[in-house]
Ligand binder design. Structure first.
Ligand SMILES: O=C(O)[C@H]1O[C@H](OP(=O)(O)OP(=O)(O)OC[C@H]2O[C@@H](n3ccc(=O)[nH]c3=O)[C@H](O)[C@@H]2O)[C@H](O)[C@@H](O)[C@@H]1O
Length: 322
C-alpha cells in the first residue's frame, strides 16, 4: 500500500455531495456506498465528470459494512440513505450501515491515525419536545418505530464515535445535519423539497402530507458543505448542529414552490407516515461561536437554484413570457 499525503475519504450513498468545494490539490478517495443499486450515480454525474480521470482522484465502489483498507488523513463518513423512503425500504441494511459501517470506519481511523467526521442528523432529536433544538437536548425517539433504523442507528453511531474517542484517542467530529436540499439531488429522492420542485415543474399537484403544519428548517447544500469542512478542520469534536434556522410549515413550503415555480399547480393533502416529527429547527449558537459558521442562502434563493438544475434534467424549460 502506498503512503499519500492529504488524503480525504468521502463516503456517500450516492454521488450527491458537493465535490466542488474539495481542494483539487488534496488526494480524494470518493467512496460510494450503494444500497439501492439502481440509484447509483443519479443526480450528480456532471459534478463527478470533472473528477473522473483527475490524477489525484480515485473512485472506489464499496459497501461500507465491509472493512476497507486505505491510507487517509481525513474521513468524511456520510454513508447512509437519508431519505425516509429509502432508509425505510431496507431498515436492516440501514442500521447495519450505521453500526457496522461506522465501526469499520472508526477501525480504519484508528489504524491509520485519521480524523473522522460523522454526519449525524437532526433525527437524533426524534419528535422534539424542546424547540428549537440545542445540542444539549437528548431527544424524544421511538426506539421500535419505522424510523428507528435511522434515528437510533445514528444515535448508536454517535455513541461509537465518542467511545472510540475516549478509549482510543481517535480524533472525532460530529455534525448533526438538518434537512438539506440543493441542485443535483436525486429527482426521485422522495424528500419534500425535491418532490415539490419536480411536481411543480411537471405540472402535478404538490403532495403535502397531513397535517401540513409540521415544520422543517431547510439548509442549502453549499452552506452545509462549508459547515462540514469547517467542523472537520477545526478543534471541536461536536456534536454541532449544522442547519438553517429559517423554519417553514410544509404548507408554507408548498406555497413558496408554487409561487416561484408554477402558480398553476394545486396543493393536495395526502396521508403521512408514522412518527413524523411535528417540528424541527436548529439552534445554531454553537456553530456560530465555535466554527464562525452560519448559512447564507435563504430558502427562496435556494429553491430557484434547484429549479434550474431540475428543469435541465427533466428537460422542461421555463416558459418565456409572450
Ligand atoms: O432532508 C433531510 O436532510 C432529512 O430528511 C429526512 O427527514 P424528514 O424531515 O422526514 O424529510 P422529508 O421526507 O423531506 O419530510 C419532511 C416533511 O415533509 C413532509 N412531506 C414529505 C414528502 C412530500 O411529498 N410531502 C410532504 O409533505 C413529511 O411529512 C415531513 O413532515 C431524514 O430522515 C433526515 O435525517 C434528513 O436529515
Amino acid at each position: 500500500m502506498h503512503i499519500v499525503e492529504n488524503s480525504v475519504l468521502l463516503l456517500c450513498r450516492s454521488v450527491q455531495t458537493n465535490l466542488a468545494k474539495v481542494d483539487q490539490s488534496d488526494r480524494v478517495f470518493f467512496l460510494v456506498q450503494v444500497i439501492v443499486a439502481d440509484n447509483f450515480f443519479t443526480g450528480s454525474k456532471d459534478n463527478l465528470k470533472k473528477w473522473i480521470g483527475h490524477p489525484r482522484f480515485e473512485l472506489i465502489r464499496h459497501d461500507v459494512t465491509e472493512p476497507l483498507l486505505v491510507e487517509v488523513d481525513q474521513i468524511y463518513h456520510l454513508a447512509c440513505p437519508a431519505s425516509p423512503i429509502f432508509y425505510k425500504h431496507n431498515p436492516v441494511k440501514t442500521i447495519k450501515t450505521n453500526v457496522i459501517g461506522t465501526l469499520n470506519m472508526l477501525g480504519l481511523a484508528k489504524r491509520v491515525g485519521a480524523r473522522i467526521l460523522l454526519t449525524s442528523t437532526s433525527e437524533v432529536y426524534g419528535d422534539p419536545l424542546e424547540h428549537p433544538q440545542t445540542e444539549a437536548y437528548w431527544g424524544n425517539v421511538n426506539p421500535i418505530g419505522v424510523r428507528s433504523c435511522y434515528d437510533e442507528g445514528k444515535r448508536v453511531a454517535e455513541t461509537l464515535m465518542f467511545d472510540y474517542h475516549r478509549q482510543h484517542g481517535i480524533e472525532i467530529r460530529i455534525a448533526r445535519i438538518f434537512n438539506t436540499y440543493g441542485p443535483r439531488m436525486n429527482i426521485d429522492d422522495g424528500r419534500v423539497v425535491s418532490n415539490f420542485i419536480a411536481q411543480a415543474i411537471r405540472g402535478e399537484a404538490l403532495t403535502v402530507q397531513k397535517p401540513g403544519t409540521q415544520t422543517r428548517s431547510f439548509c442549502y447544500v453549499a452552506d452545509m458543505v462549508n459547515g462540514l469542512m469547517k467542523l472537520m478542520n477545526g478543534d471541536n469534536t461536536g456534536p454541532i448542529n449544522i442547519g438553517n434556522p429559517g423554519e417553514f410549515t410544509m404548507l408554507e413550503l408548498a406555497e413558496n414552490v408554487k409561487e416561484l415555480i408554477n402558480p398553476e399547480v394545486t396543493v393536495t393533502m395526502t396521508e403521512n407516515t408514522p412518527d413524523d416529527p411535528r417540528q424541527r429547527k436548529p439552534d445554531i449558537t454553537k456553530a456560530k461561536e465555535v466554527l464562525d459558521w452560519e448559512p447564507k442562502v435563504v430558502l427562496r434563493d435556494g429553491l430557484v437554484l434547484m429549479e434550474d438544475d431540475f428543469r435541465e434534467r427533466l428537460a422542461v424549460p421555463k416558459k418565456t413570457k409572450a
